[in-house]
Design a protein around this ligand. Structure first.
Ligand code: FES
Length: 324
């Protein structure tokens, strides 16, 4: 995880290209308004778009990191969109200029694994395309399971077919059901690293199938919040947050996000998804025990209690001290 105290750089980027990549999936390319190179990134990275309707939304970068003058993202039209993907699809147009955060990466690729298994569902393919390209370039063994509901929804397929990887397309409508994630993860050699980005059911199946794997070999990126198995009902209530650097003490009301209470008290906190999935609001914890409710931190990171996502996580025990 990056340093939680880092302030993310914001760029002004122009929409340089928008193309259909598949049914309901747009490929959107951003470039600097004056052209020229952009801050670099590694496979698995994402950018956050500050949309003119006031929403911040995170999108994984699909493009090749060595092409330094652009970020290319895939945006699926979400039927339950709260204004992010529907804005991109219906209102955003080529030539528009947006504030966009420099790339950050909570889903990094381990490039020297003896075997890599990538499992993508729908628009979750986006960060994995970038990973597959890197592994193909290195000649590293990679099996890529790509699951889509129907063949017309398979974005970036041609690009994947051109890579030196073992690509296995699974079309639910033709196979009569979803990808068997457990079978996809069976029988791989020791040291295999597995990555998954897809809808909630696929993520749950992946997490279940990798129980017992070394935690460092299992990598997930959620684009909808993970079902939390162990939240503390007591943590739903009010509690106090001391912000050590600013010297302020903030009361967080029952049901109120910590980030909202901090912002109302005049403390600068960066947020984006406000759903615990992007990592933007990660904040260092100095004292107290968070009740972690995000989809970003690993089990080890949760147990260490060094940081928390203040948009969704709360407090066990009535008081937290944060490095703010
Ligand atoms: S704002 Fe995205 S994790 Fe908190």
């Amino acid at each position: 995880m990056p340093d939680a105290s880092t302030t993310t750089q914001t760029l002004q980027l122009r929409v340089a290209r928008m193309e259909w990549a598949a049914t309901d999936i747009l490929e959107v390319e951003f470039r600097a308004t004056e052209g020229g190179p952009l801050p670099g990134y590694t496979p698995g990275a994402h950018i956050d778009l500050a949309l003119p309707n006031g929403l911040m939304r995170s999108y994984s970068i699909k493009g090749a990191p060595e092409v330094a003058d652009r970020y290319v993202v895939g945006v699926g039209l979400d039927a339950a969109s709260r204004g992010g993907s529907s804005y991109v699809h219906r209102t955003l147009r080529v030539g528009d200029v947006l504030p966009v955060t420099a790339p950050s990466n909570h889903f990094p690729l381990v490039e020297d694994a003896p075997q890599t298994v990538l499992i993508a569902g729908g628009i979750g393919v986006t960060p994995l395309v970038c990973m597959a390209r890197r592994l193909s370039e290195k000649g590293a063994p990679c099996i890529f399971h790509y699951a889509v509901r129907s063949a017309d929804r398979a974005a970036f397929l041609e690009e994947l077919e051109g890579l030196d990887i073992d690509l296995r397309l699974h079309v639910d409508a033709e196979a009569g059901g979803p990808l068997d994630v457990t079978a996809a993860l069976a029988g791989h050699p020791e040291g295999t690293h597995a990555y998954c980005c897809g809808p909630a059911g696929m993520m749950q199946a992946f997490e279940a199938a990798t129980t017992g794997w070394p935690e460092d070999n299992v990598h997930v990126e959620y684009f909808s919040p993970k079902v939390q198995e162990t939240t503390d009902a007591d943590a739903d209530g009010p509690f106090e947050v001391e912000c050590r650097r600013s010297g302020k003490v903030v009361q967080v009301a029952e049901g109120q996000p910590v980030s909202a209470a901090l912002i109302a008290a005049g403390i600068a906190v960066e947020t984006s998804c406000e759903d615990g999935i992007c990592g933007t609001c990660e904040t260092r914890v100095l004292e107290g025990t968070p009740d972690h409710r995000d989809s970003v931190l690993t089990r080890k990171e949760r147990e260490a209690n060094r940081t928390m996502m203040v948009c969704v996580s709360r407090c066990k025990g009535g008081r937290l001290v944060l490095d703010l």
